[in-house]
Design a protein around this ligand. Structure first.
Ligand SMILES: *Cc1c(COP(=O)(O)O)cnc(C)c1O
Length: 373
């Protein structure tokens, strides 16, 4: 990528912002001689649980694994159905299928782009055991409504928080509403490692204990497996790096929201539709995803002006070859399908400079959405 192109995400800029501290942390771990499940992981888990306002955090090797471990720890079994959305990263569905459970797709509510609580009840079958709402792009899903429906049908709720570190509903962090929540620390996420990482957060003591056993072969005592588990551990290097970055997460999210406000003002009269910003919720602004009837024109226009864009989810999960034609609910997702044809992600990361933000805003203002190519 040419140096003067403004990228959509920039993990290198985040490393640069913390370089000395990260190098110190890595050095500390290297010299400790302890590289797996040591003091850095333990301290990170305590610090992230405290940040969340949850009782427990159990780290894993990735966000996908965090969903897998959370589902297993909650007692979801092969053949159980889990209601989720097709408008997500494939990881959400891959994790459900990895444990032999069966994903079922609900449509989204266009006003949140998240799971539409009104669509859950009609999908519930005798096999339904859990719901995985996804706080997509950092926008909180309507958790109070989802929890109420889950309670009515005695379903577990596992929140997919991979894009929503620090997002809130009425001052309460997402990831604290359901029975458990899964986070990813993939490098470009709001809290990103320099490699893979993930975590389950919960205030349920039993689920937390199960997660701890399951992430390491089901060991309850050293080398003795009490359950069939997996190997999914965050390593000490990644934990030490996450500990360096965690204190900056609130300020970084605030910066993301500041950039979002500027973008929103810039597109006010362009026909480009901003992401929904819902009263009483704090958006983590992981991605700034706009809707545009002439999406391809907009993408070309921004490219021509040195601004990178992305189609993070170029295809809904239910239309991808691996899943097409075999997931229940996939035939009734009109809102999901409409959204996919219109969305595009603009540059969004806290280290964007004011002049870069100004350049994006000026360019957006000059976009004529009625232009037909
Ligand atoms: C990134 C992501 C995941 C998976 O996280 P990994 O750490 O990449 O395994 C799961 N769900 C959503 C919505 C994501 O964006």
């Amino acid at each position: 990528m040419a140096a003067d192109i403004i990228p959509v995400a920039n993990p290198l800029a985040q490393f640069a912002a913390h370089e000395a501290e990260i190098r110190n942390a890595i050095d500390r771990v290297l010299k400790s001689g302890w590289y797996i499940l040591g003091s850095e992981v333990k301290l990170f888990e305590q610090e992230f649980a405290a940040f969340q306002g949850s009782d427990f955090c159990v780290s894993t090797a990735s966000g996908t694994d965090a969903i897998v471990v959370a589902l297993l720890a909650s007692g979801i079994k092969p053949g159980d159905e889990v209601i989720t959305v097709s408008h997500s990263a494939v990881a959400t569905v891959a994790a459900i299928e990895q444990i032999g459970a069966i994903p079922v797709f609900s449509d989204i509510d266009p006003s949140t782009r998240c799971l539409d609580p009104r669509n859950i009840a009609p999908l519930v079958s005798p096999k339904t055991r859990a719901i995985i709402p996804v706080h997509i792009y950092g926008q909180p899903a309507p958790m109070p409504e989802i929890i109420a429906i889950a309670a009515e049908f005695a379903l577990l709720v596992i929140e997919d928080c991979a894009q929503a570190h620090g997002a809130e509903i009425d001052g309460r962090k997402v990831g604290t509403f359901g029975d458990a929540a899964a986070f990813s620390f993939y490098p470009t996420k709001n809290l990103g490692a320099i490699g893979d990482g993930g975590a389950v957060v919960t205030s349920d003591e039993k689920i937390a204990a199960n997660c701890r056993y399951l992430r390491q072969y089901g060991w309850k005592e050293r080398y003795i497996s009490f359950f069939p588990g997996v190997n999914s551990r965050l390593d000490e290097l990644q934990a030490s790096i996450l500990r360096v970055k965690l204190p900056s997460l609130p300020a970084n999210n605030a910066r993301r929201r500041e950039i979002a406000r500027k973008y929103c003002a810039a597109i006010d009269r362009t026909g480009i539709v901003p992401p929904p910003l819902i009263a009483n919720t704090l958006h983590a602004m992981h991605l700034f995803v706009v809707e545009c009837a002439n999406r391809d024109n907009l993408q070309q226009f921004l490219t021509d002006h040195g601004i990178a864009t992305a189609r993070h989810f170029p295809m809904p999960i239910h239309e991808q070859p691996a899943y097409k034609g075999r997931i229940r609910g996939a035939d009734a997702l009109p809102a999901t399908e409409t959204l996919y044809e219109r969305i595009i992600s603009l540059p969004m990361y806290p280290e964007l400079t004011d002049s870069q933000v100004d350049k994006v805003c000026t360019t957006l203002k000059s976009f004529d959405s009625c232009r037909i190519s």
